[in-house]
Design a binder for this molecule. Structure first.
Ligand code: MSP
Length: 509
């Protein structure tokens, strides 16, 4: 078992407010962080998220938005940089707020515009690449997709457009610094082949292996300052601004002290730490190819695992501002609850694949799985325990519940390890499906055993045995549920502790 675990999410662009895709990623990573804390202790897990605040997309959106502000407003700063700063400050607040509203247990929140925390390490990384002889200057011309914040190869274009963003690309001609990524092609292939760097789920590995085998070009790693003044200046050449991905990827190091606090950095970025990056499938290339290239060049270890989740569509369509179908996670939490939102995203969206959001489906899951299945099970168990005088406290003793006289041997074989196996394979949907299969069987057990009939005929021994069996499993399941739905698990355990039956998921119309 790992001694320490370092978990990160990607850092979102702050060109707009967060949507449920961002929520999905931080919730998945939060499950892993909570799980690992229960295994190796709170102090041995570091969980990072944050915001990516530089680049063309943000710069442009900020400047465009500023046109709509009242020009007579005395509050409006006049320089472009100040406008952008104000814009990113406003939006970054929403992403930070989202972590609070979704009950995300991150230990830190990094912002790449933070000149004290992030910039020294970003510059140190640049200097490390220079020292390795991997940065050089050349004149370049290429098609830039602002949506991806990346140059695309001509063969990747369809009708001259980026197939993902459906927008004409910009032809950029500049003298830039380049990163010698091609030099690391073989090492990256080897790391993927010998599992020094694991990509999950499996099909992503094949995708990336083929991409790297196809040949890696050196990549433009800076933009001229007069075209893009918003970003981190290249050390020693302020006329150039670091490429946003070079700056952003380094956040995984700078947040834990790189370039600022070497002791802190060495505490987390070392061979004994299990390092896991959570990213979306669209940005796997940057993480599985460019990032290892940078780390190899800088002489730093690679992450252990990169897990790429799929994308959420809305009622079958791509989520986009222009279609007006962007789902706001704050609305879901307000309309239902934080755990209803966490549950839907973890359970309904297949963890490694794509998934669809629909309001009907959300409501169905809420009613069927949360209010009816789990909610009823808890409420009726506690009500019966109250009525028939059975303790709902956590049972103690080694090896329990196998030692408890158990009226149904089937209940002894709930495989709790399976939940952990699924988490270790990033199958959060299946982990929850397994927990819910236990709730199903406990509900069936109540229906079959009919404790009310046992009370009627005065079979006290069996009545107590049935109820304590269920109660014992409620403690065991809620211990695991805490990784996914922390508030609900706490609520269940509080109610069991106090033998108080309250609806944890009130029915919603
Ligand atoms: N800023 C970069 C990441 C830099 S990491 C060093 C970026 N930002 S993003 O805001 O565009 O995306 C942030 C994350 O949200 C990515 O992992 C992306 O895959 C994810 N999602 C964006 N849209 C999504 C869905 N529709 N569904 C699920 N996740 C989605 O990329």
């Amino acid at each position: 078992m790992a001694e320490k675990v370092y978990i990160t999410t990607s850092i979102a662009y702050v060109n707009g407010p967060p949507h449920i895709g961002h929520a999905l990623e931080i919730i998945q990573a939060d499950v892993a962080a909570r799980y690992w804390r229960s295994k190796v202790g709170d102090e041995n897990v570091f969980f990072l998220t944050g915001t990516d605040e530089h680049g063309q997309k943000i710069y442009r959106t900020a400047i465009e938005n500023s046109k709509f502000q009242n020009p007579n407003d005395k509050q409006i700063p006049n320089s472009k940089i100040q406008i952008v700063k104000q814009f990113v400050d406003q939006n970054a607040k929403k992403y930070r707020e989202l972590t609070k509203v979704l009950n995300i247990s991150n230990d830190d929140f990094i912002r790449t515009s933070d000149q004290e925390i992030h910039w020294p390490g970003a510059k140190k990384m640049w200097q490390a690449l220079v020292a390795a002889g991997d940065i050089y200057k050349k004149s370049y011309q290429g098609y830039y997709c602002v949506g991806h914040e990346a140059f695309l190869r001509e063969k990747e274009l369809i009708d001259g457009k980026c197939p993902d963003h459906q927008k004409e690309l910009e032809l950029i001609k500049e003298e830039n610094y380049f990163f010698r990524l091609s030099k690391y092609q073989q090492q990256i292939i080897d790391c993927l082949a010998n599992k020094k760097l694991v990509l999950e789920p499996e099909p992503r590995l094949h995708e990336m292996r083929n991409f790297v085998k196809d040949g890696l070009d050196d990549i433009s790693f800076s933009r001229s300052q007069d075209k893009l003044p918003w970003g981190i200046p290249v050390p020693g050449d302020p006329d150039q601004i670091m490429y946003v991905w070079c700056d952003a990827l380094t956040n995984y190091l700078t947040a834990i002290g790189y370039g600022r606090d070497e002791n802190q950095f060495n505490k987390w970025w070392n061979d004994q730490t299990k390092i896991i990056h959570f990213v979306g499938k669209d940005i796997l290339r940057f993480h599985a190819v460019i990032w290892p290239g940078m780390l190899l060049s800088a002489g730093l270890r690679l992450p252990d695992t990169i897990f790429a989740h799929g994308h959420i569509t809305v009622e079958g369509q791509k989520m986009s501002k222009s279609l007006g179908n962007v789902i706001d996670p704050f609305d879901l939490v307000e309309g239902f609850s934080v755990d209803a939102t966490r549950y839907f995203l973890l359970r309904e969206i297949s963890s490694g694949g794509d998934g669809d959001f629909s309001r009907d489906r959300f409501k169905d899951r809420y009613d069927a799985d949360l209010a009816n299945n789990l909610g009823n099970l808890i409420q009726r168990t506690i009500v019966m325990a109250q009525k028939y005088g059975v303790s709902t406290l956590r049972p103690i003793g080694e090896g329990w519940p196998l030692e408890t006289p158990n009226p149904n041997p089937n209940l002894q074989i709930f495989d709790y390890d399976k939940v952990e196996e699924h988490i270790n394979r990033f199958q959060f949907d299946q982990a929850l499906a397994h927990l819910w299969s236990i709730f199903d069987r406990l509900n069936q057990f109540v229906d079959q055993q009919k404790p009310w009939d046992l009370a009627k005929v005065g079979d006290e021994q069996k009545l107590e045995s049935v109820l304590t069996t269920i109660i014992a499993h409620l403690w065991l399941t809620s211990d695991r549920l805490a990784w996914f739905l922390p508030e609900t698990a706490e609520n269940i355990q509080k109610q069991l502790q106090e033998r108080k039956a309250e609806a944890i998921f009130p029915k919603k119309n």
